[in-house]
Design a protein around this ligand. Structure first.
Ligand code: ADP
Ligand code: MG
Length: 247
């Protein structure tokens, strides 16, 4: 007997995104979807078009063609465009620093609206979740790089975005800290149910963090699949060479 099945729309769905600069295709017909609570890694060598893809999703770069949906709602096509701040998208970029003139607590509260007491509770919850409950009144420069990164995560998550876009967010951290912060970041994102698109050029980072890897080269996605499947059956010789860097 047939059963009614309710299927949630993907957190993020991009279809046929394309962008050229000076006649050169930098993003060429890129499509992918991210389910609620899932982490997709956009993995590929430097210059292949990863950041440009993220910037179009964030709304700070306009695509030449293609569509972007968040939770089933159209956010952008070539005629209709929701502004970046109303896309329910959180950003964590390598060069997207904390506000130096605001305390840790004020940084986390920055994107929040609504009753003061609820804002304070959200800030308290997130700071405690990233292990920084005692740091609300500290200044960013008083924190280590890893601690600042955890504040940046709390700040990005505070308004409960549906999607989190992360562009090489861990590349500024030293190796000793990186694994711990990656794991902790994943745990917090999973708990919040946020869909994540994480850009990286490091196969090892994608293998560690992704539910799904989208392998990108020269502006195109050449393979999408679970990390194990991509690692054990790369699409072509170039993909094999790219993964052979993992040690
Ligand atoms: P990745 O993040 O994978 O390293 P990017 O998306 O930053 O790659 O860049 C892809 C290509 O597009 C590069 O060749 C880069 O120089 C070019 N590019 C990116 N943004 C612009 C721009 N605003 N104007 C001209 N070229 C750009
Ligand atoms: Mg980049």
């Amino acid at each position: 007997m047939a059963r009614d099945v309710t299927v949630d729309p993907p957190r993020l769905e991009i279809r046929n995104l394309a962008k050229s600069f000076a006649g050169k295709a930098v993003v060429d017909d890129v499509s992918l979807t991210i389910a609620p609570g899932n982490v997709t890694c956009l993995l590929g060598p430097s210059g292949c078009g990863k950041s440009t893809t993220l910037r179009m999703i964030a709304g700070v770069e306009m695509q030449d063609s293609g569509t972007i949906h968040v939770d089933g709602a159209l956010v952008c096509d070539t005629v209709f465009r929701v502004p970046p701040e109303r896309r329910s998208i959180g950003l964590m970029f390598q060069d997207f620093a904390l506000f130096p003139h605001l305390t840790v607590g004020a940084n986390v509260a920055f994107g929040l609206t609504g009753p003061k007491a609820e804002q304070e509770e959200r800030v308290r919850h997130l700071l405690s979740r990233v292990g920084l409950e005692g740091y609300r009144d500290n200044w960013p420069h008083e924190l280590s790089g890893g601690e600042q990164q955890r504040v940046a995560l709390a700040r990005a998550l505070a308004p409960r975005p549906r999607i989190m876009l992360m562009d090489e967010p861990f590349s500024g951290l030293d190796n000793r800290l990186r694994d711990g912060i990656r794991d902790e970041t994943l745990a917090v994102l999973k708990e919040e149910g946020t869909g994540v698109l994480l850009v990286t050029h490091e196969p090892e980072e994608a293998m560690r963090m992704a539910d799904e890897i989208a392998l990108m080269r020269d502006g195109r996605i050449v393979q999408i699949g679970a990390p194990y499947n991509i690692y054990t059956a790369p699409a072509d010789k170039e993909a094999v060479a790219f993964f052979s860097d993992i040690n």
